[in-house]
Write a protein that binds this ligand. Structure first.
Ligand SMILES: [Zn+2]
Length: 206
């Protein structure tokens, strides 16, 4: 997976950090869209980008007025498939990244979506990214979107990236706030993956 002309959406979590190490895109992009853990995610993104010698750009687009779920408050939108669901978030983030790609003369947006994301919300499926790619392709700019880890587990992505603990240690995944709450799907998934990989011992759990 190499992507010299790509913009990678970097949240500062395990998956996007691993893909940053694996794909070495031209640019990492952190989007502060008004999510509760934005400050922690932004610090994590800056730390991992620096550790992996990647250029990082940050953009702010406040989507709080149209958001929902754990990343906004504890109130789910009607029909939420999972407590963290923020309606249409991924297409909004890919659109922001595509706009940055056009400005920078880059041709591709990469997302670090993994297999389990598609079990939690439709905008984490291969079908969704294929459709979004088609929408981008018919527009000026000729930007493409790709989710190269969509068939992988987080553990497989982290392992194949070769990214070490000294970098993974900076990652944050909590949906609720700037310090890990320990009881949201983001916190659970990070712990589960690091335990599964033997990178964190059971006694290290918060
Ligand atoms: Zn949490």
């Amino acid at each position: 997976v190499t992507a010299a002309r790509a913009v990678l959406l970097l949240s500062g979590g395990l998956d996007s950090t691993a893909l940053l190490g694996l794909a070495r895109p031209a640019l990492a992009l952190f989007v502060d869209y008004g999510q509760r853990p934005a400050a922690a995610e932004g610090r994590a993104a800056a730390a991992v980008a620096s550790a992996l010698s990647a250029e990082l750009e940050t953009v702010r687009v406040d989507l709080r007025e149209i958001g929902a779920g754990l990343l906004r408050d504890d109130a789910p939108a009607p029909g939420s498939p999972s407590p963290e669901w923020w309606p249409y978030r991924n297409q909004l983030l890919v659109t922001a990244a595509a706009a940055v790609a056009v400005r920078r003369g880059l041709g591709e947006v990469l997302t670090a979506t993994v297999a389990s994301d598609g079990q939690r919300h439709a905008d984490g499926t291969a079908e969704f990214y294929d459709a979004l790619d088609a929408v981008l392709r018919i527009q000026e700019g000729a930007v493409r979107v790709r989710a190269p880890a969509i068939a992988m587990t987080s553990a497989e992505l982290v392992t194949s990236s070769g990214v070490g603990d000294e970098v993974l240690g900076w990652t944050v995944s909590c949906h609720r706030g700037d310090l890990p709450c320990g009881s949201c799907p983001g916190c659970w998934k990070r712990d589960k993956v690091l335990l599964e990989l033997g990178r964190m011992r059971p006694g290290d759990e918060p």
